[in-house]
Ligand binder design. Structure first.
Ligand code: SAH
Length: 369
């Protein structure tokens, strides 16, 4: 693979242009073109610079391979990377704007038992430019510009564990929030982690005040370890301390993801224990009913159970919401689309790549103030 120009910051583009003996305005031209989601060959530059760029950099590091639109307007995208790998993303339409869910890795090595992204392990990390490229491609495809963005909010909740690809993710966050780039406010970005404590603590020092989201899914370390192997490495108490540290540094309240799994974590006793654990903390709980994944043997808690769980939490003074399901008719939560697509390719099935309905939900919390 060649280098990826979308990895670069404004300063790095300026240095590159200067090294090529070109005038400084060429760097701004490049950044403008990239921000519009253009391919390399579509950006107006001098012939000499074009020759240099074409030799060293990918023409189109992230290309939309397929788009599916659900009845509620939710769109799912399959992206092709320059080396042939595939990642997926979702665009959810809300009253306040459009939220894009991006992937940070091809596959994942965290091994959560309910998640499709990790079924075949980690293939590789995405570069910063490949994460940004997903946003640029969708913003362009949806008719957005830098001023009038079609993508207003970003969640790092696609395939991959963002903090297992720390440097590239932080570089992406700096570039996507930069004024010269798309200029998305950190407040409109949510990063979800399975709770890698050292990286959470390190991230608190980066000065990026986004919505830090932690996948909790259990109330004790023992129960958590049943579905999340990462619980063997990091304790809930240490995760809570790292969250408090993030709040102290940024003033941003944090969010917990809690997927309701039948017979596993969804009793009212669990709700009471969760409320006790989080009482008095500046946090919010996002409940979601599990999206049952074909390859996994876990089932979703039913709607009635989910509502009762929510009520129990709220009555105990915890700020909580139950995510509404979006795009369920086109399916594909966290890696399901990619897995399906690769399977279909293997078996040669022409259009079997997408499930018509696999009961998958993908919702997202209301924006945080
Ligand atoms: N690696 C990050 C981001 C992953 S996906 C993390 O672990 O937080 C975003 C959220 O979806 C996480 O909370 C994850 O635990 C959850 N998730 C994954 N598969 C799911 C499924 N089948 N049903 C419900 N939630 C799921």
């Amino acid at each position: 693979m060649k280098e990826i120009l979308q990895d670069k910051s404004m300063e790095e583009l300026a240095a590159l242009v200067a090294a090529a003996g070109e005038k400084p305005f060429r760097a701004r031209q490049l950044m403008e073109g990239l921000t519009q989601g253009k391919k390399l060959s579509e950006i107006p530059v001098s012939a000499a610079l074009r020759a240099r760029l074409t030799e060293a950099f990918e023409e189109e590091p992230v290309r939309i391979l397929e788009t599916l639109t659900a009845r509620d307007g939710t769109k799912k995208f399959l992206f092709a990377l320059a080396d042939g790998n595939i990642v997926e993303g979702v665009l959810m339409k809300y009253k306040y704007g459009n939220t894009q869910c991006v992937s940070t890795q091809v596959g994942c090595r965290m091994g959560c038992r309910f998640c499709a992204s990790t079924l075949n392990g980690l293939v590789r990390n995405l570069t910063a430019g490949e994460i940004l490229g997903q946003v640029l491609a969708v913003n362009r495809a949806e008719g957005g510009t830098k001023k009038e963005r079609a993508v207003t909010n970003i969640v790092l909740m696609g395939s991959g564990e963002p903090f297992d690809n720390y440097e590239n993710v932080v570089r992406f966050l700096r570039n996507v929030t930069a004024e010269e780039g798309l200029g998305v406010s950190a407040r409109n970005i949510s990063l979800s982690t399975c709770g890698l404590v050292p990286q959470m603590r390190r991230f608190a020092e980066e000065g990026i005040p986004l919505n830090l989201t932690v996948s909790l899914h259990a109330v004790t370390d023992e129960e958590r370890a049943r579905t999340m192997p990462v619980a063997n490495a990091y304790k809930i108490a240490d995760i809570l301390d790292a969250c408090a540290c993030y709040f102290q540094k940024t003033g941003r309240r944090y969010i917990f993801e809690y997927s309701l799994i039948a017979g596993e974590n969804s009793d009212l006793a669990h709700a009471a224990a969760l409320a006790h654990l989080l009482k008095g903390r500046p946090c919010h709980v996002n409940l979601i009913r599990l999206n049952a994944v074909k390859e996994r043997h876990l089932l979703a808690a039913d709607e009635k159970n989910a509502q009762a769980f929510l009520k129990e939490l709220v009555s105990r003074g915890i700020s909580a919401t139950l995510r509404r399901s979006m795009g369920s008719d086109i399916g594909g939560a966290c890696g399901q689309l990619r897995v399906k697509y690769i399977e279909a390719k293997k078996t040669g099935a022409a259009d079997a790549g997408f499930p018509k309905s696999c009961g998958a939900d993908f919702g997202e919390e209301e924006p945080q103030a």
